[in-house]
Write a protein that binds this ligand. Structure first.
Ligand SMILES: Cc1cc2nc3c(=O)[nH]c(=O)nc-3n(C[C@H](O)[C@H](O)[C@H](O)COP(=O)(O)OP(=O)(O)OC[C@H]3O[C@@H](n4cnc5c(N)ncnc54)[C@H](O)[C@@H]3O)c2cc1C
Length: 495
């Protein structure tokens, strides 16, 4: 984050001195009233805004930062989707059923199957619409499969950078004439006794407060990864871990939802990552592990099946001596990694070290050479077809690592939270006592995701999947509501 961004964050934190609240709307009037108000201008908010606009309802976005970036800009910009035009052009056959089965399997069947199906069904049309209608440049990520993906379905900017994804979405919003009020930290919602939100109050960087009324509100202000108190409360295992997401994600949607009687679920669920260069703080793609790389601890021993997934690996790495591990790979994988902007940045910062032999690798990572020797001997044996290792990893499908070796010291970190407001397939926020909140929608990190209750359920891409697919659903549903297209709500509105 640039220095001025860091200063802006300090200002925002100072403004955030009061607890986020929901206040009675009864005597409140709003000078300005907009059809669809959206809090948060990350991927989820921008996609919701584009959808609402296309559906005929004018949206306004409120974003606390001066330049909208969110966790989306920090991400690798990889959005999973099935049945897209881009997949078809590249000869990839995928379907809602296959994608939903992958998500369900990773979450050990503990994600709501109805939501999984609805979100997967929306994923392909959402990507086609973003690229065709809104000119957001996306390509299919080829060359490796993420853990648990049975098809190539990650769609990303060529650079594989979330920053470029944000640039693409922001440019699309500008072309569509969508208003984004930046430097607008929403602090309070005004709601009546039925839970209908009439408007919000937001604070400006100079400390002044403004109000705006709305017919429908979309919460797209993500989860609570940046709120240390909430992380301690809901995810104590990661309380001391590096938080790698956007600091603005303070759990505001959840706090407002709680006050409105919304149902919350899976607050212990999160996306971790077991491969952040330490102390450089740069993400090292898990493609290295999927294509044959390994992780060693400071004793020169492997400690897990790296192919289980990078999310649960955060906790496993933090459990190793010193809370660190080493990503080990070779020249073939170094070539692959150079396709990632983050990796190039890590290399420029000196995080990528090279060792011509096992002896030098042992000295580089400070581990007994005998342990490294045993580790490499075992991998060679397994690669020859002797079955799986003690952790369940199959080494026979990728080439064995060859000297010279590369090594990066990494640690585990918290990327973003996956629990949140429970929504239905139209992105309505549900009440804990049953029914929906009348005009409240949630998407992206603000909504409960499809990763089940813990860290192991996160399938790569589940974050931007709910930001984009559910964001589009939320924008469409909010527009339907304000335009009186109630027919499209009948099935899901039990009130
Ligand atoms: C390093 C990293 C890599 C990742 N890589 C991937 C990937 O490749 N693929 C993937 O699927 N997922 C990835 N993720 C997860 C992904 O980034 C998130 O799931 C996704 O960006 C969430 O989108 P969002 O719009 O909900 O939240 P965000 O992009 O975080 O946007 C939320 C916005 O709300 C604003 N906001 C918050 N509170 C308020 C308030 N009170 N008032 C006004 N504004 C507010 C914030 O400032 C922010 O701009 C990654 C995450 C990280 C940290």
């Amino acid at each position: 984050m640039p220095a001025n961004g860091a200063r802006a964050n300090e200002v925002v934190e100072a403004l955030r001195s009061q607890v986020m609240s929901v206040l009675p709307a009864d005597s409140q009037s709003f000078e300005v009233d907009v059809p669809v108000l959206i809090i948060g201008a990350g991927a989820s908010g921008l996609v919701a805004a584009l959808a609402a606009k296309d559906a005929g309802a004018d949206p306004v976005l409120l974003e606390r930062d001066l330049i909208p970036r969110g966790s989306t800009a920090l991400s690798s910009g990889m959005i999973p989707a099935c049945g897209t035009r881009i997949q078809k052009e590249r000869g990839v056959t995928d379907s809602v059923e296959v994608m939903a089965a992958d998500i369900a399997q990773k979450a050990h069947d503990q994600a709501d199957p109805v939501m999984v199906e609805a979100i997967c069904r929306e994923s392909g049309p959402a990507i086609d619409w973003l690229s065709r209608t809104h000119g957001v440049e996306l390509t299919l990520v080829e060359g490796f499969l993420y853990p648990g993906h049975s098809q190539l379905r990650m769609h990303a900017p060529v650079s594989r950078s979330g920053n470029d994804l944000m640039n693409g979405l922001s440019a699309a919003a500008a072309r569509a004439g969508i208003d984004i009020l930046t430097g607008a930290l929403v602090t309070d919602l005004f709601a009546d006794s039925t839970g209908r939100v009439h408007g919000v109050r937001f604070k400006r960087p100079d400390g002044s407060a403004e109000m705006i009324g709305c017919k429908a509100l979309v919460l797209a202000c993500s989860g609570f990864g940046g709120n240390a108190g909430m992380v301690r409360q809901y995810i104590p295992d990661m309380a001391k871990a590096l938080y790698f997401g956007h600091p603005g994600n303070q759990g505001d949607a959840i706090l407002w939802g709680q006050a409105l009687g919304a149902e919350l679920r899976h607050l212990g669920s999160y996306q971790g990552h077991g491969s952040v260069a330490h102390p450089h703080g740069v993400l090292i793609s898990w493609a290295l592990m999927m294509e044959g790389g390994i992780q060693l601890n400071a004793l020169g021993r492997r400690f897990s099946n790296e192919h289980d997934g990078y999310s649960e690996q955060a906790r496993r790495v933090l459990e190793q001596p010193g809370g660190v591990a080493w990503d080990i790979f070779d020249a073939r994988l170094h070539e692959l990694a150079l396709g990632f902007e983050d990796f190039r940045q890590a290399e420029a910062l000196g995080a990528v070290r090279k060792a011509p032999t096992i002896t030098e690798l042992a000295s580089l990572i400070g581990a007994p050479e005998v342990n490294l020797g045993k580790t490499f001997e075992e991998i060679e044996r397994l690669a020859g077809g002797e079955g799986r290792d003690a952790f369940g990893r199959n080494f026979s499908s990728k080439p064995v690592l060859q000297a010279p070796f590369y090594a990066i010291k990494v640690t585990g970190s918290l990327f973003h939270t996956q629990g949140g407001l429970v929504v239905d397939i139209k992105a309505h926020v549900l009440k804990s006592e049953g029914g929906i909140l009348p005009n409240l929608f949630a998407s992206g990190g603000a909504a409960c995701g499809v990763s089940g209750p813990e860290d192991w359920g996160y399938l790569s891409g589940n974050g931007l999947l709910t930001a984009v697919s559910l964001g589009r659903i939320a924008g469409n549903s909010a527009a339907d509501l304000v335009l009186g297209r109630q027919g499209r709500h009948e099935k899901v509105d039990p009130m």
